[in-house]
Design a protein around this ligand. Structure first.
Ligand code: DX5
Ligand code: ZN
Length: 222
């Protein structure tokens, strides 16, 4: 199994010293910057938008993990300046025409991941396995940082991994998002997760020990 990867959750980053934080992520070879795009309708919060993404692109070439928590995601794809190293994360619950939207997302040549909320069962991915590069399992109900993991999601990741292996989709990436503490990361790694969203539960606990916490998280997901 290739080493686990980190997506740093930028909604948790302090804007005042964004530049220094991004430099540290580059030095620590953080694989992705996780961008929570929120429209106040699909989730009860507003979040990182087009101008923020544009500014971040000027600051760094670390690829983006674009988590689209918006209604009608297909209509917004062209706003985001998607690059081929990025991940585009589309929610199962955000559209009635999932296959069509995933096909639309594939046109950007980036990786396409399907996200499922805590209450959405694993089997909903069955008909679209050929259109995705991975699955993002939300381990909290999305919208806010600092929430508590929904326990049933641990079992869900285990079930998902077994299902993918049994169907011949071993290579699909499993991402986990929400309250990924060191302990949860370690457990979920063993169950097959490969990409970990790091927020206030790990690397954004305290600006002064961010480097140590990144290294600690690395050890948990080797
Ligand atoms: C949800 C968000 C949050 C958050 C992750 O979409 O991605 O899960 O930033 O960080 P914590 O560790 O605060 O849950
Ligand atoms: Zn997210």
């Amino acid at each position: 199994m290739p080493k686990g990867m980190i997506a740093a959750s930028m909604m948790c980053a302090n804007l005042v010293n964004l530049k220094e934080v991004v430099r540290l992520f580059e030095a620590e070879q953080i694989e992705y910057l996780h961008i929570d795009v929120m429209d106040g309708s699909f989730v009860p919060n507003l979040g990182l938008g087009v101008d923020y993404i544009r500014a971040l692109r000027e600051l760094t070439s670390i690829p983006l993990d674009l988590h689209l928590m918006v209604e009608r995601p297909d209509e917004k794809l062209s706003w985001l300046g998607i690059q081929k190293e990025d991940n585009i994360i589309i929610h199962y619950e955000s559209t009635r025409q999932l296959q069509k939207v995933l096909e639309e997302a594939r046109k950007y040549q980036a990786n396409v991941l399907l996200a499922i909320n805590p209450g959405t069962p694993v089997y909903c991915i069955e008909e679209v396995l050929d259109y995705i590069d991975g699955i993002t399992v939300l381990t909290v109900n999305p919208g806010f940082a600092g929430q508590k993991l929904v326990r049933s999601c641990i079992r869900k990741v285990e079930k998902l991994k077994k299902y993918l292996d049994s169907q011949g989709y071993k290579n699909l990436l499993i991402e986990v998002d929400g309250n990924i503490s060191f302990e949860h990361a370690q457990i979920l790694r063993k169950l097959g997760a490969g990409l970990f969203v790091a927020g206030t539960s790990s690397i954004f606990r305290n600006d002064n020990r961010m480097q140590d916490d990144i290294r600690k998280l690395r050890n948990c997901i080797e």
